[in-house]
Design a protein around this ligand. Structure first.
Ligand SMILES: Cc1cc2nc3c(=O)[nH]c(=O)nc-3n(C[C@H](O)[C@H](O)[C@H](O)COP(=O)(O)OP(=O)(O)OC[C@H]3O[C@@H](n4cnc5c(N)ncnc54)[C@H](O)[C@@H]3O)c2cc1C
Length: 474
C-alpha cells in the first residue's frame, strides 16, 4: 500500500498514521479504486481511506478514533464476497483491511480448537493444520484462496464440507470482537479469562451468535476459534447420474439425511454439467441431473462402507454409476475449481438456502425464466447446482454468466426475476449485501428487524460500524 503516496486528504489520515504507521494507511485514489469492488458486479461508494491494522490494540485505537469522531468504519477481509457486503454505502468511510491479522494464534490439541487471526485465509489455514495432522470441519467457501475466516463468519458463508459440518458459523467456538466503543470481548468459554477456548455455550447466553452473520455491523472480529478434527486420509469419490431431477433430488436427500458424505453436490441439469465439466455426459445421453459425492474417513473400511451405501441409495433411485471424475476434480481442486467459471462471463448469483425437496419446483421456475429469455441462444450460460448442508437442507446456486457488457442488461433482467422466484419459493439467502438486502428486508418479520436494531443501537449508539447495512439500498 505504501508504494503509491497517500493524498493525506481524509480528515483522519494523520491520526490513523499515528496508530499504524504511514505504510499501512492510504487515501490515494489508485488504492481506493482497488478497494471499491468485491468479486461481484455490484457497485457502491468508494471508501474514503483504507487502513491495515496489525494487532487487536491497533484495531481498538482505530475504532475508538472513529467512535469519537463519528466516522463510519467498515471491516473487510479478502473482499472476495459476491454480494457487495464489504462495500460502503456512505461517503468518507474508513475501510479496515484485516488481512494482515492472519496468524495461527493457538492450536489447542487438548480441546481440539484452533484460534486464528480473523484475516487468515482458509486455504492457508487448511495447509497449516494439515502439517500438524488436523483438518477443519467446514473448510471455507469455494473462494477460500482469498476469503478470510473473519469475512466468512461475518456473512454466514457456506462451501466445502458443509454437507457434513454445516456452514462456516457452525464451526465457531469463540470470537474475539472489538466493540464499537473499542472494548474487547471474548465469547463462549472466553468470558472466563482463566479458561481455555473449548465451548461456545457456557454460563450466559450464546454471545457468539450475535456476531456471526452480522455483516460487520456489531464489531470487528479480530480472532476466531474453530473446531478441528483429526486429518482423515481415506477419501472415496462417487458420481451418479439420473434421468430426471426428481430422482436425483430424492437420492440426494436420502444421502444427506443419512449424513454419509463430507461433500455432496447436485448438478441440476445437463447444461450445468457441460459448463462445469465439458464432455462429461457425452456418452450418457439419458442423464439429466447428477450428484458428486465425497466420503472422507480416518478408517478405510468405514470410508468404503459409506461410499457403498451412497451407491446403493443412488442405484435404488434409478441412478447410474458415472465413475468419480467430477467428484475427484471437485474435491482435489479445492478453491481452484470455480474460479475458471469467470471465463464464461461475470457471475450473477442467486446463492441461498432451501429444503432439499423444494429443488425440483424451484428449478422448474428457473428453467421457465431461462427459456422465456432464450438465454442459451443469446450466449448466456448458466450453472444450477446445490450443495448438501448440515442435516437436510441445501444451498442453491443458480448462476448466470453474461459473457460481455452487451449481454449484461439481458442477464440482469432474467436474474432479477430469478431472485424473486428464489424468495417466493421459500429460499433464504445466507449472505445479504447489495445483492439481497431489499428483497430480504421486504420479507423480514417486523419484530425481528426491530430487535436487531435495538441490539445494534445499544452496542453502537453512534452508528459507526457499517452503518448502512440492513437499511435497504434505495
Ligand atoms: C471464485 C469465488 C468462489 C466463491 N465461493 C463461495 C462459496 O462457495 N460460498 C460462499 O459463501 N461464498 C463464496 N464466495 C464469496 C466469498 O468467497 C465468500 O463470501 C467469503 O466468505 C468472503 O470472505 P472475505 O474475507 O472476502 O469477506 P469480505 O468480502 O471482505 O467481507 C464480507 C463481509 O464481512 C465483513 N467482515 C469482513 N471481515 C470482518 C471482520 N474481521 N470483522 C467483522 N466483519 C468483517 C465485511 O464488512 C462484509 O460485510 C466466492 C467468491 C469467489 C470469487
Amino acid at each position: 500500500m505504501s508504494i503509491v503516496k497517500a493524498a493525506g486528504d481524509h480528515p483522519l489520515y494523520q491520526q490513523l498514521v499515528d496508530i499504524v504507521g504511514e505504510k499501512k494507511v492510504s487515501d490515494n485514489q489508485v488504492i481506493i479504486s482497488s478497494y471499491s469492488k468485491d468479486a461481484s458486479h455490484l457497485q457502491a461508494e468508494r471508501p474514503g481511506i483504507v487502513v491495515m491494522p496489525g494487532s487487536v490494540e491497533e484495531v481498538q485505537d482505530i475504532v475508538r478514533l472513529c467512535n469519537n469522531t463519528k466516522t463510519p468504519i467498515i471491516p473487510a477481509g479478502g473482499r472476495n464476497g459476491i454480494c457487495g457486503s464489504c462495500l460502503p454505502r456512505v461517503e468518507g468511510a474508513v475501510m479496515l483491511d484485516m488481512v494482515n491479522m492472519d496468524e495461527v494464534v493457538n492450536l489447542d490439541e487438548d480441546v481440539m480448537t484452533v484460534t486464528v487471526g480473523a484475516g487468515l485465509r482458509w486455504a492457508e489455514l487448511i495447509h497449516r493444520l494439515h502439517e500438524k495432522g488436523y483438518k477443519l470441519g467446514f473448510r471455507g467457501p469455494y473462494g477460500g484462496n482469498v476469503g478470510t475466516v473473519g469475512g466468512s463468519t461475518s456473512i454466514n458463508s457456506i462451501g466445502y464440507a458443509a454437507s457434513k459440518f454445516g456452514p462456516s458459523d457452525e464451526g465457531v467456538v469463540s470470537l474475539e470482537v472489538v466493540l464499537p466503543n473499542g472494548d474487547v470481548i471474548h465469547t463462549g468459554t472466553g468470558w472466563n479469562k482463566d479458561a481455555k477456548l473449548f465451548g461456545r455455550y457456557s454460563s450466559y447466553n450464546d454471545m457468539t451468535g450475535i456476531f456471526l452473520g452480522d455483516h460487520g455491523t456489531l464489531g470487528v472480529k479480530t480472532k476466531v476459534t474453530l473446531k478441528i478434527y483429526p486429518a482423515a486420509e481415506h477419501k472415496l469419490y462417487g458420481d451418479f447420474g439420473f434421468e430426471n431431477l426428481q430422482k436425483a433430488t430424492d437420492a440426494f436427500l436420502e444421502v444427506q439425511k443419512r449424513g454419509l458424505t463430507e461433500e455432496l453436490n447436485l448438478l441440476a441439469d445437463r447444461q450445468s454439467t457441460d459448463t462445469f465439466f465439458p464432455g462429461f455426459l457425452d456418452s450418457h445421453p439419458e442423464i439429466h441431473a447428477m450428484f458428486a459425492s465425497v466420503v472422507q474417513e480416518s478408517d478405510e473400511q468405514l470410508a468404503k462402507r459409506k461410499m457403498e451405501i451412497v451407491r446403493e441409495i443412488a442405484l435404488n433411485h434409478g441412478g447410474k454409476d458415472l465413475g468419480n471424475f467430477a467428484s475427484q476434480m471437485h474435491w482435489g481442486e479445492m478453491f481452484n475449481l470455480v474460479q475458471p467459471l469467470y471465463n464464461n462471463g461475470f457471475w450473477l448469483n442467486t446463492c441461498h438456502l432451501r429444503p432439499i425437496p423444494t429443488i425440483p419446483k424451484m428449478m422448474e421456475q428457473m428453467w421457465n425464466i431461462f427459456e422465456k429469455y432464450d438465454l442459451l441462444d443469446k450466449g448466456i450460460k448458466w450453472i444450477a447446482s446445490c450443495l448438501g448442508a448440515e442435516r437436510t437442507y441445501a444451498t442453491g446456486w443458480v448462476t448466470l454468466f453474461p459473457p460481455n457488457e452487451e449481454k449484461m442488461e439481458l442477464g440482469l433482467e432474467a436474474w432479477n426475476e430469478m431472485l424473486d422466484v428464489i424468495m417466493d419459493t421459500g429460499g433464504c439467502p445466507y449472505w445479504n449485501g447489495l445483492l439481497w438486502e431489499d428483497r430480504v428486508l421486504e420479507n423480514t418479520e417486523k419484530p425481528f428487524i426491530e430487535t436487531y436494531w435495538k441490539v445494534k443501537n445499544a452496542i453502537d449508539p453512534n452508528g459507526i460500524m457499517a452503518p448502512h447495512v440492513f437499511r435497504g439500498t434505495d
